[in-house]
Design a protein. Sequence first.
Length: 131
Amino acid sequence: MITDPVGDLIIRLTNAGAVKHATVSIPFSNLKLAIAEKLKDAGYVTGVDKKGKKVKKTLEVTLKYNADGSPFIEGVKRVSKPGRRMYKSVHEITRVRYGHGSLILSTPQGIKTDKEARKEKVGGEAMFEIW
């Protein structure tokens, strides 16, 4: 049983990139789908597909690699954990790695990156940083 589904998602993505897998299969949930779609929009992965039916649904995420073969996702850091939730107002949201990374937030308007949250002036739970 997984107690931290978001942590499981980001670790699966980094581990699959480290061993040069083209795709990674993740157990499906609507939250994971929303996060994967946001990572696709931000340019960290190339594709997101929902496979299967009913209980056996999975999420197939296609990873993105640089021209030299290194994974596009260099690292991740979980900010809000199950035992300690971290919330940020719009004024507390700062750039990640001098603008080369992204902070993924869960806001009342849905999953957003730090740039979108600052633009729309909305805060929320800071889930993880990715670069």
